[in-house]
Design a binder for this molecule. Sequence first.
Ligand code: ADP
Ligand code: MG
Length: 404
Amino acid sequence: MSYTIEGSTGTWEIVCGLEVHAQVVSEAKLFSGAATKFGAEANTQVSPVDAGMPGMLPVVNGWCVEQAVRTGLGLRAAINRTSVFERKNYFYPDLPCGYQISQYQHPVVGTGKLTIDFPDGTAKDVGITRLHLEMDAGKSVHDAHADASLIDLNRSGVALMEIVSEPDIASPEEAVLYLRKLRSILRYLGTCDGNMEEGSLRCDANVSVRKVGDTALGTRCEVKNVNSMRFVARAIEYEARRQVEILEGGGRIDQETRLFDSVRGETRSMRSKEEAHDYRYFPDPDLLPLEFSQAFVDELRTQLPELPDQKKARFIADFALSAYDASVLVAERESADFYETVLAALSDKQRDGKMAANWVINELFGRLNKEGRGIAGSPVSAAQLGAVVGLIGEGTISGKIAKD
Ligand code: ADP
Ligand code: MG
């Protein structure tokens, strides 16, 4: 499981921390009532606040704040009962105000933990540093005209949760497992739809390398916008090898922001790393600090759904599943529900959790996968599969006949 890179001067390991931007599932934006539908015609979902008109006042969307707190609770994190919105000042054509409203010194959520599950059944905790709320920027469209760029402000002001991990990730595989688990938790909570193609979940990877045995952290590079699970793994691997090569050649790593080019499979420099003081963060004078009562936080906690880790533990305890099978089934709520519906269709005498899991995972999901279908597109309902599994359990029909 340990991942290393062999160099001519020794053995290297990867140190990686991920910053994930997760778009909050919300009809309205973080500071305005404008709509957030994906794919709408350009500039049709823009209020004067989102367009940065002078004198407009942001009004915080309580729903979005609640989703951030719920996400923090799902990440077993400390909820800060007081947090502050600050202005992060920079110029960019798709940022009409000249600043992004974000959180900096006082984020809404503090430290937490996320457990990643390896295929061999072992697990590892990755620390969550913080989660903060911020508004998204607009989008520059460079390829519609040969001699002009266009600005679409539909995305301007959409609520994002930035979820920052500790540098606890030690391989490309761990990064992918972290992202998958985070996506799974967000989808269970319903706070983010996790759609990477539509940009609802975006990932920046911070990567450094060090010799095995060293404890000090190396200089990191941040690889921006790696927007698929596969690319995250490739970007980290490429970036780590690039750094090893430089260090072994006697060079040093400049802290910088790099872009992953998915066509060439390499990262390239975008800009040298900007420092926090360049942004001149200061509390937004238009917004009061967020203040929660303990009762508000407790109430949200009691209303959380059963989350993947809890469901997995229950499946292992109640149905004698292996850790791996349980992880596969709980990754999506729909697959866990499907499995439980199959079990419910069985009589006490017929109920064999392991056999049912095998039928759901290998026979059904395996086949759906091959045909490129989701659970919703399954020609066999959970109740029907339950009836078949029941007959096999009783020995009425054989597994071989059932598969046909
Ligand atoms: P910044 O605003 O500079 O991007 P953040 O605190 O937002 O800083 O994020 C820093 C990210 O980089 C975190 O995910 C953290 O775990 C990671 N990180 C910090 N130091 C290192 C390092 N030496 N190597 C790899 N990752 C690192
Ligand atoms: Mg950052």
